[in-house]
Design a protein around this ligand. Structure first.
Ligand code: ADP
Length: 498
């Protein structure tokens, strides 16, 4: 129900208005002075206020200003017997909604009140619409920016063109492939953006002749292989207004690593089969000497053959162990793998202890150099032992009798650099890039009689890389090799640091 506040110092006017409006079903309050009106306004909000221009205490204009300051939704109408243009202007400035000169008839009054309540309703509806509009615009803007940042950050390269073959969107990955800024590509004709090789093939994929909705193909750009997908989109009715497509989306997913892994698997299995077959063949021949009794009935002459077979079995067991560690490393890749903090100095000490006899047997002069205040390294204790064990083991195997072995560890920025250096046979420069591949072994006269299966360095590399470290090798043929492992520092100082 519409509520009205009547503010007039004349009793007759106040009660007259009150009667007329109450008869029509309005709720009415009356105030004789400005102060009374303000007290009532403190208590409730009115739909309409009829304000006399001249009040004994506060004048009508001040009251009006007060109402506006309170930001009330009340519609206002000034009632005055002294209506002139100046009062009208002053009241309009204060935001008056209507003006009713005294004297007025009951019909005049009711007409004004009706108009004001309709205005108020319209105003409220407009305000509601404005708020709804604002909210949906805000939601739309958030949604748009979310979609935009999602597309921008996609690993896949995305390119959208319109029906005029102009670029509408190219995300960061696509911009990097094309070699321009995303923003510079927008509005550019796609055929111009993709004019040069090797990109020209992509423009072809987006060409008009390709009528189908989705097309898939494989594209090679430089040394990377991509899986390309083209989707055509139409308007809501399923077709553009002239039946043509509205645009096309090209996505490129980099499948180079997946491809490489897929190709490596059969190679790995082939090598593995070979690694098992050849010792098994050798073991069978060694045992056959005994089963065929080719050396007579005494057991003695066969023993060396059986011992050789036994050694080959040992090597196969070792190979199985290393294959298992390789697969374990791949399975154990988790976020907490690099969380352990390990004392590198202690690890080096333990490793050299383990190899003490072999070092002595080959008369190698071993030196250890551990930097002062060495922090712990971000790697598990067992993993560090495996890394150091393989590197030190190789330095002895591929080192020279009476040569030298030097193991050092020092802190550098936020990392720890561990180096294992020998004065051994060295490595052919052309083999350096393959050294860390599974089953890789250098085939040289010097390595022929050295046992090994080519898995040690592959294991080392995977263990180091899964905790965010790196491994490098420097070598001079015939002079020696140095393997350098860089691990993250865990921040705590080691017990053994001196
Ligand atoms: P393995 O020693 O069992 O053959 P690794 O993976 O440990 O396997 O090493 C791969 C190859 O790298 C070795 O066969 C050898 O040719 C070469 N290599 C590794 N360490 C050294 C080293 N310290 N000096 C010379 N060659 C090395």
């Amino acid at each position: 129900m519409t509520s009205v506040l009547v503010i007039d110092d004349e009793y007759g006017v106040r009660s007259g208005i009150c009667q007329i409006l109450e008869l029509e079903g309005y709720t009415v309050d009356v105030a004789a002075t400005g102060r009374e009106a303000l007290a009532l306004l403190d208590q409730r909000t009115y739909d309409i206020a009829l304000i006399d221009y001249q009040l004994p205490d506060v004048d009508g204009l001040t009251l009006l200003a007060n109402l506006r300051n309170r930001k009330l939704p009340t519609m206002t109408c000034m009632i005055t017997a002294y209506a002139n243009i100046d009062t009208a202007i002053a009241a309009t400035r204060q935001g008056i909604d209507f003006f009713l000169p005294k004297p007025f008839s009951p019909d005049d009054l009711l007409g004004v009140i009706e108009t004001l309540s309709r205005h108020k309703q319209l105003k409220e509806e407009a305000e509601k619409l404005r708020k709804e509009n604002e909210a949906s615009l805000r939601a739309l803007a958030t949604e748009k920016s979310q979609t935009a940042s999602l597309v921008a950050s996609l690993r896949d390269a995305v390119l959208v063109i319109n029906r005029e073959r102009e670029i509408v969107l190219a995300n960061q990955a696509m911009a990097a492939l094309i070699g321009r800024e995303s923003s510079a590509l927008v509005r550019m004709p796609v055929d111009a953006a993709l004019a040069t090789e090797p990109l020209a093939g992509l423009a072809g994929l987006l060409s008009e002749e390709s009528r189908s909705e989705r097309r898939l193909s494989e594209v090679t750009l430089g040394d990377r292989v991509f899986f390309a997908r083209v989707a055509t989109f139409h308007g809501d009715d399923g077709r553009g207004d002239d039946g043509a497509a509205l645009g096309r989306v090209l996505t490129l997913a980099d499948v180079t690593d997946m491809r490489r892994m897929a190709m490596e698997k059969p190679r790995f299995i082939r090598t593995m089969v070979h690694e098992f077959r050849s010792p098994l063949g050798a073991i069978r021949s060694l045992i056959e000497v005994a089963t065929e009794k080719s050396l007579g009935n005494d057991l003695g002459p066969y023993l060396p053959f059986l011992e050789r077979a036994d050694r080959r079995i040992d090597r196969m067991v070792e190979l199985i162990g290393e294959l298992l560690s390789l697969s374990r490393i791949d399975l154990e890749r988790g976020p907490d793998v690099g969380e352990t903090a390990t004392d590198v100095g202690a690890g080096i000490g333990a490793t050299l202890d383990l190899y003490r006899e072999r070092i002595a047997a080959r008369q190698i002069e071993a030196a250890v150099d551990i930097g002062a205040d060495l922090p712990r390294a971000r790697i598990g204790e067992e993993d560090l032992k495996t890394v150091l064990g393989n590197l030190v083991g190789n330095a002895i195997k591929y080192g020279r009798e009476g040569g030298s072995l030097r193991v050092s560890a020092r802190a550098a920025d936020d990392s720890i650099v561990v180096e294992v250096a020998d004065s051994g046979i060295g490595i052919e420069p052309e083999n350096l890039p393959n050294l860390f591949q599974e089953f890789f072994r250098e085939k040289r006269a010097e390595t022929r009689d050295i046992d090994g299966n080519g898995l040690g360095l592959a294991i080392v590399k995977r263990l180091v890389e899964r905790v965010g470290g790196t491994i490098q090798v420097e070598s001079t043929l015939g002079v020696g090799s140095a393997f350098r492992v860089v691990l993250g520092a865990a921040g705590e100082p080691s017990q053994s640091a001196a």
